[in-house]
Design a binder for this molecule. Structure first.
Ligand code: CO
Length: 460
């Protein structure tokens, strides 16, 4: 029997985030929910990552309400979200009570699959979210953040995958956020993981470097079960490779692909218009859709490259670009080879630029890098360079054990503090995640309701 390959459609989350900075409002994709629902995807990635932040910050949408509306419009497809382990959707660690309630409420509001990753691949940062996901009855997709370094060996990845299975993972995701995984690496890593555990494996990559189609093909040959793709008009470049292209190619090679071509065609037709609007208003820049092989040379994600450029531009120091590029891998090595993904990519990038601009390495250090050296982000893949650590921390002692164990519960005190501004747990969670944005949102909602009617019921 033909081996079946399943698809995760990323247009509403990762493609949206990678190409147009997550600016797709609900109203713009609402007409396509039933079409996505009919297309036969393994899951649709629709929430988490930057969607929550952007809903509150730019789109004036309640992210929870968006999720409920997606759920209602797509009753038959598994809804997937991306969660940064103990960071949830933010950039630093939260206390366990918040992580647990956030996961529980995500599932209650409609999420079926939670893809849980940690920027350092420290499984201690995944444990609470994984457990909460399993307890809520959802699929925990234990994720490895893929990167290359002397310490990121297959043996280490396999060890991590076994730990994820122990924690209750129903599927394993290999997350190649930078699109730097080549076909042979994909083949070897998928084979190694397949040999070690009997769980479905999902490979997630980006088209940034142009490797993605070949990488997926070799991963499929090695037995990968699920691949992440984006409907063609929103595919390519910093997004995922195209759904229809992979369906076509894999079928030609004899694999079973259960996607409905009429539905994917309708989706493509619709999203062409959406893409063109975003090109017209400048949100979607042509270079985001192009192939950029610099990441292969420098082994750093595309997003980081453009951040480096814009930082240097702001400082009027574009002539230091080459120097900053050379400094980046050195900082990464000093810090124990963290995978370059949010938030470590920002920390490493900013530090590299600072080192170059001040002309003295680690003379100036961000509070995030300091916290990182104290151990607040978890165990680093390799030890931090001792000299650098001493320079940054001085007499301060790094913490031992899991940082979240040192944090006090936050949900109940926040609930008290918000009083009737928060109508439900979801409001409390939004506030803890993004206090300023959520407060503004809740205040505005309150004012609007007082204007409209005093008896209106707000459903949460
Ligand atoms: Co991604």
């Amino acid at each position: 029997m033909a081996k079946k390959v399943q698809f995760v459609e990323t247009v509403l989350r990762d493609a949206n985030q990678s190409l147009i900075a997550t600016r797709l409002p609900f109203a713009k994709f609402e007409p396509m929910l039933s079409t996505i629902d009919k297309a036969g995807y393994y899951a649709a990635e629709v929430w988490g990552g930057a969607t929550f932040d952007v809903c509150l910050r730019y789109l004036n949408e309640d992210p929870w309400e968006r999720l409920r509306k997606i759920r209602a419009g797509m009753p038959n497809t598994k809804l997937q979200m991306l969660l940064r382990g103990q960071n949830v959707l933010g950039y630093s660690h939260y206390p366990d009570d918040f992580v647990k309630l956030f996961v529980k409420k995500s599932v209650e509001n409609g999420i079926d699959v939670i893809r849980i990753f940690d920027a350092l691949n420290d499984v201690n940062n995944l444990k609470v979210a994984m457990e909460a996901t399993v307890n809520a009855g959802a699929i925990a997709s234990g994720t490895i953040s893929y990167t290359t370094s002397p310490v990121h060996t297959h043996a280490n990845y396999v060890k991590m995958v076994k730990e994820l299975k122990e924690m209750g993972a129903s599927t394993i995701c290999i997350k190649d956020m930078a699109g730097i995984m080549g076909p042979q690496e994909a083949y070897d890593l998928v084979s190694a993981i397949k040999d070690a555990v009997d769980l479905p494996i999902d490979l997630h990559t980006h088209s940034t470097t142009g490797l993605a189609f070949m990488t997926y093909l070799k991963a499929v040959e090695a037995g990968v079960d699920i691949i992440d793709t984006a409907i063609s008009p929103m595919s390519g470049g910093t997004s995922q490779p195209a759904t229809e292209t992979l369906a076509y190619a894999l079928r030609q090679l004899g694999y079973q692909v259960d996607l409905d071509d009429t539905a994917t065609k309708a989706l493509a037709d619709y999203f062409k218009g959406v893409r063109d609007e975003f090109i017209k208003d400048g949100t979607l820049m042509p270079k985001s859709m192009a192939t950029d092989t610099q990441c292969l040379t420098y082994q750093i994600p595309g997003g980081m490259l453009s951040n480096l450029l814009s930082q240097l531009k702001q400082m009027n120091a574009l002539d230091k670009f080459d120097e900053a590029l050379l400094e980046t891998p050195k900082v990464r090595a000093d810090l124990g080879y963290p995978p370059l993904v949010t938030p470590t990519s920002q920390m490493v990038g900013v530090q590299a630029v600072t080192n170059v601009l001040t002309g003295e390495r680690y003379k100036k250090v961000s509070k995030e890098v300091k916290a990182y050296c104290r151990g607040e982000y978890g165990r680093t893949p390799a030890p931090i360079n001792e000299e650098v650590k001493a320079m940054i921390l001085g007499d301060e002692k790094p913490i031992e054990g899991r940082y979240a164990d040192t944090l006090k519960p936050i949900v109940e005190p926040t609930r008290q503090k918000l009083g009737d501004l928060a109508k439900c747990d979801e409001d409390v969670l939004s506030y803890i995640a993004f206090p300023n944005l959520a407060e503004k949102f809740l205040e505005e909602r309150k004012a609007k309701e007082e204007n409209v009617a005093t008896y209106s019921i707000v459903e949460c």
